[in-house]
Design a binder for this molecule. Structure first.
Ligand code: NAD
Ligand code: ZN
Length: 364
């Protein structure tokens, strides 16, 4: 399966399949990486033991010089400190302007390695080799970043890869909770723009949760294609691209209050998507939209309720910290129906507070 991300001269293919890492050297050549320039693979401590040596060997067999840098698994590695360490490896290994960085891992590795690629010698080649379902979202679209202690993703760039290589075999080792979290972003793409796909996800939930390669391949293809379409229209988020943030306003606040790790990203945005459907009802959309949204999310065993211990005040404060309220009002992505959303400006804080309360009540 191949999808093209159409961005003029920055266009690139997403290649999806089982076992395609076998042909990685050929894919690197197709991406335009010359064998005379060293490649830097960035991976993390959980993924590297599983897939790194095979990747290194295949690249070496294809004539490439390879150096690898393994970061500790987890969000804490998306830091300027780790960024500098990876840079040190890149400089010591003599990467040049024709070199490329290969990100082998989930969104953390992709975001960090992408920022290295974007800034090493003002930008060198970059390839994403996502190993999580969630990374179907983060590997497409070109947002790369590290975190600042005061704010997530604050230091970054728009930087497109030359290719995304999605080997479904690497997903088989994912812990079940990571599978569900990733599927939240998959169905999000359906909820935003493709009603049929959202329902398809519910119909095939059992296969998706069991990582059936046929179902998963199709789901990732549709998810990537929808994201690619939106990014193709609005690469730098001047307008339309904001719809991809469905569920993220509340979701980010839930993540921040719980401490990153309490809810995984996909779990938090699932709660956020349920919240935006509640908000939709307040803004005149039908209440059945909320019930339908919850049914779709629940089919993938995702949470849709906020545990009682989450304080309304903390959530609102976390949103403010995200600088999203202006004069007591906030912009929200609100569903109109399954498969269609609107960007609504000027949603009142009081309405958001009610939604937070309801998200907790629904849970009792
Ligand atoms: P992650 O990279 O931390 O991966 C989750 C966990 O799974 C890690 O512990 C990792 O070591 C492990 N893992 C990864 N692949 C595995 C495999 N195949 N088998 C076993 N274990 C594996 O997190 P993620 O959920 O992939 O991504 C979250 C990150 O992505 C966040 O930092 C978020 O900000 C970022 N993100 C970026 C964008 C974007 O547009 N750039 C979009 C969404 C999310
Ligand atoms: Zn997300």
């Amino acid at each position: 399966r191949r999808i093209n991300v159409a961005l003029g001269e920055r266009s690139y293919p997403i290649v999806i399949g089982s076992g395609i890492l076998e042909g990685i050297a050929g894919l690197c050549a197709e991406a335009g990486f010359p064998v005379r320039s060293p490649l830097l693979i960035v991976s993390d401590s959980a993924v590297a033991p599983l897939y790194l040596s095979e990747l290194e060997e295949r690249l070496k067999a294809g004539g490439y010089t390879v150096v690898s840098h393994i970061i500790p698994a987890g969000e804490a590695s998306k830091s300027l400190t780790v960024y500098e360490e990876v840079m040190t490896t890149a400089i010591s290994a003599g990467l040049d302007r024709s070199s490329a960085v290969l990100a082998l891992g989930g969104g953390v590795v992709g975001d960090l390695a992408g920022f290295v690629a974007a800034t090493y010698m003002r930008g060198i080649g970059f390839m994403q080799i996502p190993t999580t379902i969630l990374a179907h979202d983060s590997s497409v679209g070109g947002k790369v970043a590290v975190n600042h202690p005061l704010a997530k993703n604050m230091i970054g760039a728009f930087y497109q890869p030359k290719m995304v290589v999605y080997d479904l075999n690497t997903l088989l080792s994912l812990p079940p909770r990571q599978v569900r979290s990733g599927l939240a972003e998959v169905i999000k793409h359906g909820l935003i723009l493709d009603r049929d796909f959202a329902y398809w996800c519910r119909e095939h939930a059992a296969e998706l949760l069991a990582l059936d390669p046929e179902a998963l391949g199709y789901a990732l293809e549709r998810g990537c294609a929808i994201k690619a379409d939106v990014v193709g229209e609005d690469e730098r988020e001047h307008g339309l691209r904001a719809i991809l943030n469905l569920g993220h306003t509340i979701g980010h606040a839930v993540e921040a209050v719980g401490g990153y790790g309490t809810f995984l990203h996909g779990e938090a945005i699932s709660i956020g998507m349920a919240g935006s459907a509640l908000l939709a009802a307040k803004l005149g959309r039908s209440r059945s939209l909320y019930e339908e949204t919850v049914s779709l999310l629940s089919s993938l065993e995702l949470p849709t309720r906020l545990p009682a211990e989450y304080g309304e005040e903390e959530i609102i404060e976390a949103m403010m910290h995200d600088k999203k309220f202006k004069e007591g009002r906030i912009t929200f992505i609100v569903p109109d129906e399954i498969g269609a959303v609107s960007i609504v400006n000027g949603v009142e804080e009081s309405a958001v507070r009610e939604v937070i309360r309801q998200l907790k009540e629904e849970g009792s």
